[in-house]
Design a protein around this ligand. Structure first.
Ligand code: NAD
Length: 481
């Protein structure tokens, strides 16, 4: 049964404390991916809006950095309370504009509150150091200061937690922020913004813009006011933004794509590996940067793993994310559905087997079948390119060295997983797999208290953990005679 979403929110830009609605600007349509229907009109920021947001960020930084760390923490904790109170509405809004099943939206909203709480506390512990000097007449200090106004860009797959990471990190450290969340999922980001404002964040310290992503990012990053850039999205766009940031010698955090290997050893608990893998693979219909996507399974258990994985994937109930019975919902947009289908068609044309799925689902909305591919020739595109959708590939290995080599074969290095009960294997995998995040015997890697970020082509810098605040601070050494 579908429980009605709240009526979809009015959308606006938030600049320097002012809300600018769609009546006063050019508009973009927001679409419900489960039905294909237009649900909202999003105003497009003008050049004047961008300049006003930059000026507000400069003024807002001066004010917000002078709020004590104690009071900033109090305000962020207050925002966490409000997010929890409003969680059900925010979750339904998220499902309506992004598609994912309601239970996932609810968990994501709660994770935002946890992140606000975590960063609130970390901000109070942004300790500096007193460094012993070479002379009793000299005092040496290392101070940590907010880096300055931040420009941030976030994607549509996690409409709440990705903006929350950037908003919390910047504000917790005492920075101002101009953020451009994804145009596909604006209402969720606006709901977080409202919680921050209601809790007492300085209004000029946060502006939220929507519009032409390339134009907004180019303009903001080129401005001397912006001192730090944070982007989550595709590798191609991340590289473009890194070039722009390099021109202004600006600090940058890049959270890009991945193609996560999952090594399933002959020493794995097979039932646990299958159950957890299917749940993790098809979460958010696979549109997750840390989604497990390349299952590398020991030959001795390969057939059993494939059979059980396929049976569970084939049994997933696919439907509208607002229906509490749904286990996998629609993709977020048609672009993603055609992208997935092109990868699957390529695999099938090269001789791969679709154990289940393999096609788009007819009818309204952007649905695709939960798909399992085996017998993949080495040159199959999906073994090289991030699928970012409900597709699992399963290949076999004989020796652990081979599995680790396969895990490290691609330029990505965001997340990796392994299932094994063997301690020596766990140690070898944790030391030798090239990744920013590794889950052994489970998939719970994205928590407020842990750094979230990749290596190799998957980007640099971390959000969350103690590292998350670091990326919004700079150090200043002060020596006094
Ligand atoms: P995309 O690169 O076109 O867009 C990703 C996000 O970046 C969107 O929200 C978009 O608005 C924004 N964006 C695009 N161009 C921009 C620019 N020049 N400046 C600032 N922001 C910009 O990709 P897509 O078609 O939406 O998604 C496809 C691929 O993106 C996926 O296959 C996946 O690799 C990657 N992706 C990764 C993540 C992640 O969490 N790392 C999230 C979403 C998408």
């Amino acid at each position: 049964m579908i429980i009605e979403a709240p009526s979809y929110a009015q959308l606006y830009l938030f600049i320097g404390g002012e809300r600018i609605d769609a009546r006063a600007r050019e508009r973009l349509s927001v679409i419900n991916p489960a039905t294909g229907e237009r649900i909202g009109d999003l105003p497009v920021a003008t050049d004047g809006d961008l300049q006003r947001a930059l000026a507000a960020a400069e003024r807002g930084f001066a004010r917000w950095r002078s709020v004590s760390a104690f009071d900033r923490a109090r305000i962020l904790h207050g925002a966490a309370v409000l997010v929890r109170e409003r969680a059900e509405n925010i979750a339904r809004t998220m499902t309506t504009e992004q598609g994912k099943v309601l239970v996932e939206s609810r968990a994501e909203v709660v994770a935002c509150a946890e992140l606000f709480d975590w960063v609130a506390e970390e901000g109070r512990r942004a300790y500096g150091r007193v460094v012993p000097s070479r002379s009793p007449a000299i005092r040496q200090l290392v101070l940590r200061e907010p880096v300055g106004p931040v420009a941030a860009f976030t994607p549509w797959n996690f409409p709440a937690i990705t903006p929350a990471r950037k908003l919390a990190g910047a504000l917790g450290a005492g920075c101002s922020i101009v953020i451009k969340p994804a145009e596909e999922t604006p209402a969720t980001a606006l709901a977080l913004l409202e919680a921050l404002l209601d809790a007492g964040v300085e209004p000029e310290a946060v502006s939220m813009l929507f519009g032409d992503p390339a134009h907004i990012s180019k303009t903001l990053i080129a401005s001397p006011i912006i001192r730090k850039v944070s982007f989550t999205g595709s590798i191609a766009v991340g590289k473009q933004l890194a070039h722009l940031a390099a021109d202004g010698t600006k600090r940058m955090t890049l959270e890009l794509g991945g193609h996560a290997p999952v090594i399933v050893s002959e020493h794995a608990d097979l039932a646990r590996a299958v159950n957890m893998s299917v749940a993790a693979k098809y979460r958010n219909a696979g549109q997750v940067c840390v989604s497990p996507s390349r299952f590398i399974v020991h030959r001795s258990i390969y057939d059993a793993f494939v059979d059980r994985f396929t049976a569970k994937a084939a049994g997933l109930r696919i439907g509208n994310g607002l229906d509490e019975q749904t286990q996998m919902a629609s993709l977020a947009n048609e672009r993603r559905r055609s992208g997935i289908d092109a990868l699957v068609r390529d695999a099938l044309e090269r001789g791969a087997t679709a154990r289940t799925g393999g096609s788009a689902i007819d009818g309204p909305g952007f649905f695709y079948q939960a798909t399992v591919l085996t017998d993949l020739p080495a040159d199959t595109r999906v073994l090289h390119e991030e699928p970012f959708g409900p597709v699992a590939t399963i290949t076999a290995f004989d020796a652990l060295d081979e599995a680790i080599g396969e895990a490290n074969r691609l330029p990505y290095g965001l997340s990796a997983y392994a299932f094994t009960q063997d301690l020596a294997e766990s140690i070898a995998i944790s030391e030798r797999v090239e990744t920013g995040m590794l889950g052994i015997n489970h998939f719970g890697i994205a928590l407020a208290e842990l750094p979230f970020g990749g290596v190799k082509a998957s980007g640099y810098g971390s959000e969350g953990g103690t590292e998350g605040l670091d990326s919004y601070t700079v150090t200043k050494s002060v020596t006094m005679a």
